[in-house]
Design a protein around this ligand. Structure first.
Ligand code: F0G
Length: 445
């Protein structure tokens, strides 16, 4: 194992430090409080390496002893579903913590969704229950806390909408000016509305997400703005808690598959790191397979998977699921490691399959934004192809709330003439007779 494959700091490394930043590519090391957006030596992505947790006597804290300390019922446990895991994500954050709080999202089962997917053991981890309605809050609470610790004067991100909403909210809470770069005309209405409401300076870039990301990286380098995209290693630390919390809800009995939508690959990378660490700490005895699901029109990572990750792919991205409309994902190498280490899979689903799954998830009363539905569409595909077997335990992650993208709901239910499941609103005169007529008609159907 090379230095940059290490899971935790060894006893003789970085004396006195709880965590360090280490370049994924060249193993160059930086202090945990260094605000560099990438490796100053080679430009590679930085990762956080922690010292493994110890008990009050200094002995390694692993397995069930560690799971007790991490429990929400543990005395003094933080109310946040992210900061409950402080020792595994940013030990010693203390006073700097900027928390809504967030996390504590439900793990649920819905017969209608299970039937659709053909998987009895399907559980849904709904990250749309976070304060700004997406999983991004988990990374952003940690990234913003780091911005506070490093006394950042401004924070910035490129986004397809959810990261920008989360950044805007947490930057407002921390009192740090926020700057977001989004692709003009390609951000769902709910996300744009949130970003404006929380007060971030919002730049509508004439280009796609990939152009936004390049621009924000250059701007952050030249203007000294703290970068809060998912390449920020602290954001990855926060997003690990989706997996920690899910495993905790399953009493640390790992499922067979964890299925998630994939765009810029920050989450795939974070899930891989979380599973690697949970396994090394004896919290789980075996590692679930990660399945990253891409939209067929935005699927460079799936193309990479098909050629054994021999080359890095980039595409001109197009999909109805604007959250994952990304052609040149930034966390490629980390995500490759996550897929390889978990014997994972990368698959694609079409926009029609995404909408089909979304309609079922919505009509079950759960609801999600289009990109999120890719995970359930992916489960369905893997059941049909026999990869997921009856009896397998599967967790599909829904990444964003149904109200993130009201535009698609209006289109499906009110505007599109060819949509069979449309639930059309009916305008009536204000009379009981009119209501009775409608009831009679709907009974007749
Ligand atoms: N699902 C939703 C709802 C998202 O907003 C995103 C990413 C993903 C899935 C994919 O996660 O990028 O880590 O692979 N949204 C980013 C954003 C790009 O700017 O909000 P990923």
């Amino acid at each position: 194992m090379s230095a940059n494959d290490a899971i935790f700091l060894s006893a003789h490394e970085a004396p006195g430090a709880q965590s360090i930043q280490r370049c994924d590519a060249c193993a160059h090391e930086l202090n945990a409080l260094d605000a560099a957006p990438e490796c100053p030596s080679c430009g590679g992505l930085l990762a956080i390496i922690h010292r493994a947790p110890v008990d009050v006597m200094g002995a390694p804290l692993v397995g069930s002893a560690l799971s007790q300390v991490l429990s929400p019922a543990s005395p003094g446990a933080h109310v946040s579903g992210v900061w409950r895991f402080e020792s595994l994500i940013m030990p010693g954050a203390g006073e700097a913590i900027t928390s809504h709080p967030e996390g504590n999202t439900p793990l649920m089962s819905r017969p209608r969704v299970s039937r659709f997917a053909g998987c009895d053991g399907l559980l849904i981890k709904h990250e749309g229950y976070n304060p700004t309605g997406s999983f991004k809050d988990r990374g952003m609470t940690v990234g913003t806390t780091q911005a506070v610790r490093t006394k950042a004067t401004a924070v910035a991100c490129a986004s397809t909408g959810n990261t920008s909403a989360a950044l805007a909210s947490y930057a407002a809470q921390a009192g740090i000016p926020g700057l977001v770069f989004v692709p003009a005309g390609k951000v769902a209405l709910g996300k744009m509305a949130q970003t404006l409401a929380y007060g971030a300076t919002t730049l509508l870039v004439r280009g796609d997400f990939d152009a936004c990301l390049k621009l924000v990286q250059e701007a952050s380098r030249e203007l000294g703005i703290y970068l809060l995209n998912s390449i920020n290693p602290w954001r990855v630390e926060g997003q690990k808690t989706i997996v920690f919390e899910m495993l905790q809800q399953l009493e640390w009995s790992a499922p067979d598959f964890i299925v998630l939508p994939a765009g810029n690959l920050g989450n795939t990378a974070a899930f891989g790191k979380a599973l690697r660490e949970a396994h090394a700490l004896g919290l789980i005895s075996r590692v679930p397979r990660i399945v990253s699901v891409q939209a067929a029109g935005s699927a460079p990572f799936a193309a990479g998977f098909r050629d054994g990750f021999a080359t890095r792919h980039a595409v001109q991205a197009e999909t109805i699921a604007t959250a994952i409309r990304i052609g040149d994902p930034a966390s490629w190498d980390r995500a490759v490691r996550a897929i390889r280490e978990t014997n994972g899979l990368v698959i694609t689903v079409t926009d029609d399959e995404i909408i089909e799954a979304k309609v079922v998830i919505d009509a079950s009363g759960v609801g999600c934004e289009p990109a999120s539905a890719a995970s359930v569409a992916g489960v369905r595909q893997l059941v049909q192809s026999g990869v997921i077997k009856s009896g397998d335990r599967v967790v599909a992650v829904l990444t964003g709330h149904v109200l993130k993208d009201p535009g698609i709901l209006v289109e499906l239910h009110q505007e599109r003439a060819d949509f069979a499941e449309a639930n059309r609103p009916v305008e009536i005169e204000p009379t009981v007779q009119a209501v009775a007529d409608i009831l009679r008609r709907s009974r007749a159907h």
